[in-house]
Structures are given as C-alpha cells and as structure tokens.
Design a protein around this ligand. Structure first.
Ligand code: TXA
Ligand code: MG
Length: 315
C-alpha cells in the first residue's frame, strides 16, 4: 500500500514500521528510540537477533546525541560523503540506542541518507533505524513492488520509484588506528583515499574474537535459484543466463542482463531487481557471467554475487 510522507510520519510516531526509499535500497523504518517498533522489524524480516540495525540521521551534528569521542577523520568522512551511501560504526553511550537495535554491541552503525523522501521523514520525526526492506536472506528491495513481494500488498510503502544506487552503503569501522571496510557497498575503497590519505582495506571477519560485521555471517542477497558463477565462455550447460549487454550466450533460453559490461554502477543498480526477476521466471539454476574485473565497484558486485551463490538453495 502506497502511503504519503505525512502518513508515514504518523505511522512511525504511533510505533509502526513503514518502508522508506533511500538512494541505496528501500529501508524498513522505525523510530530509533522505539523498542516495540524495533522488535516488529526483527519479527517482520525474520532477522537474527544478533544482527544490528543502522541508525539513519539527518546530518553529523546528530551524532553528538549518541557517539562517544569520534575516531580520527570521522567528521572528515561525514563532511565528504554525507548525505550519501557511507555508514560509520561508532562507539556510543549505551543508553542512547536500545540494546535490541544494536544487538547488544557497544557500537552503532550510522549513516545520513541522501534520498529526499528519507531525509524529509528523518527531519520530521528524528533518527530512524532502517535495515534493508527485504525478508532476511532475500535480495534487497530497490522498488516498492519488491517490498510488497516480501511483506504483502497491504504493507505501507513510501513510493520513491527505483533506488538510484541499488546497492547498500559501504560500512567503515575504525580499528588499529585505521578505517577498515566491514561491508563493501556503493562507495569503492579508493573513494576514501583522498580524504584519509590511505585506501581502507577489507577487515577480516573477526578481530580479537569480536565479529566486525554480524551481517557478514548470515545468508544474504539470494534468489531462490542457485547461481553458478563462471569466468569462462558460456558452455550452454544451464539455459538461464545472468549476463551483460553485447555478449553472446549461444543456445541460452533466457538471458537477463546487468547492462553495459563497462559500467559496474549500472550492474549494481540492476542487480537486486534482476535476481528477483530470475525468481519470477521460475529459474532453478542460473549461469552467471562473472567475467569482469575485481577492482573498484566490480568488487562489490562480485561479493554480492558470491554471497548469493553460496546461499543455501531453498526450493
Ligand atoms: O544502504 C544501506 O545501508 C541500507 C539502507 C536502507 O540504508 N541499509 C542496510 O541495512 O543495508 P541492513 O540492516 O540490511 O544491513 C546493515 C549491516 C548488517 O550487515 C549489520 O550486521 C551491519 O550493518 N551492522 C550494523 N550495526 C553494526 C555494528 N555496530 N558493527 C558492525 N556492523 C554493523
Ligand atoms: Mg540487508
């Protein structure tokens, strides 16, 4: 059910959960202070309780209400990339965010989204928590229809059309005097080089026995079909192909394209909608053309496709 901004604010104020567009993917929003609404998010998404939520702010000044002393260059990163698809994990004053939202961690992930509709909502009602608006494990939602597919036609959605970026924010964590990437996303590693004076590397999954990004442990981004990633030429072994424009897949029955093979932004923007289309086709197995570079945003695409392909097959 499509709702207006005013209706969304009213529902959120009343302790309900609504889907909101961001420039990356749709988010399932609740007021950041509302423990009951936060419980509803975990319930609706079937999200494991150990996977914390991102708090969405209007701007960096709101960090003062939550964060302890900010690590070096945190404000520089905010100045450069907010509003936008960058999330920073910061140590917080424990009482400032409900324990369930942060899954018991002493840190919280923050970002200031760029999408005007998300911003309007946060400006009106204050910070919101918003995980991607999909049932846990499924491809994220980049259209209102995707949200409705996962949560039902009656579920309240603010319609912002198709998400421009189409893949989640990049998440950085400051550890051992450096920022490290704990989730690849819409900003490639080298986007940070000028601001930081170094290029952040990908953090290992655990550090001193602490899990750096709980979401990395979970099944993710997966369509029902099994994805088979190939870097060699198409061999006809699987009739459904996820590929690129201007490439030939002789003998394939169905080819879904991620777009121009020179444009990783385009491939990422189309990725989740295309994975959902594979389900709509009823595909059980898909031959995925993974012949593309491993640098920059291509790295994000490869990571998402690998995660989706490792996922358990759910018939
Ligand atoms: O672009 C995005 O970030 C979207 C839009 C809606 O803003 N949101 C999003 O949220 O992707 P979600 O919940 O689907 O993914 C959040 C990720 C999870 O992998 C979670 O484990 C990680 O952020 N995360 C949250 N809090 C964390 C923390 N304190 N430390 C490390 N990772 C954290
Ligand atoms: Mg998600």
């Amino acid at each position: 059910m499509r709702i207006s901004i005013q209706e969304a604010c009213q529902l959120l104020d009343n302790g309900d959960v609504v889907a909101v567009p961001t420039e990356t993917v749709y988010g399932l929003a609740a007021k950041a202070s509302d423990t009951n609404a936060i419980a509803k998010i975990f319930d609706l998404k079937k999200r494991p309780a150990n996977n914390p939520l991102i708090v969405h702010l209007s701007d960096a000044s709101q960090l003062n209400d939550y964060a302890k002393a900010l690590p070096k260059d945190a404000l520089k990163l905010c100045d450069t990339f907010w509003p936008g698809p960058l999330t920073l994990v910061l140590e917080i004053h424990l009482q400032s965010i409900p324990e369930t939202a942060r899954a018991g961690l002493p840190t919280v992930a923050f970002r200031a989204p760029q999408h005007p509709l998300a911003r309007e909502i946060i400006d009106a009602i204050g910070p919101i928590v918003a995980p991607s608006a999909n049932v846990s494990g499924r491809p994220s939602a980049t259209l209102p229809e995707h949200v409705e597919d996962d949560f039902g036609k009656g579920f309240p959605v603010v319609d912002g059309g198709s998400c421009k970026t189409g893949v989640e924010s990049t998440i950085l964590l400051h550890t051992h005097s450096r920022w490290q990437i704990v989730r690849l996303g819409a900003l490639p590693a080298d986007a940070f080089t000028d601001t930081l004076g170094y290029t952040p590397t990908i953090a290992p999954t655990t550090q001193s026995d602490t899990i750096v990004c709980p979401g990395r442990l979970h099944r993710h981004y997966a369509p029902k079909a099994l994805l088979h990633l190939h870097e060699n030429a198409y061999d006809g072994s699987i009739p459904v192909v996820l590929g690129f424009d201007d490439r030939s897949y002789p003998g394939a029955n169905a080819v879904l394209s991620l777009g121009n093979p020179q444009h990783p932004e385009q491939a990422l923007a189309r990725l989740y909608a295309t994975l959902r289309q594979l389900d709509a086709l009823g595909a059980t197995d898909v031959w995925v053309d993974a012949k593309f570079p491993s640098e920059g945003l291509w790295k994000t695409l490869r990571e998402r496709l690998s995660r989706a392909s490792q996922a358990q097959h759910t018939p």
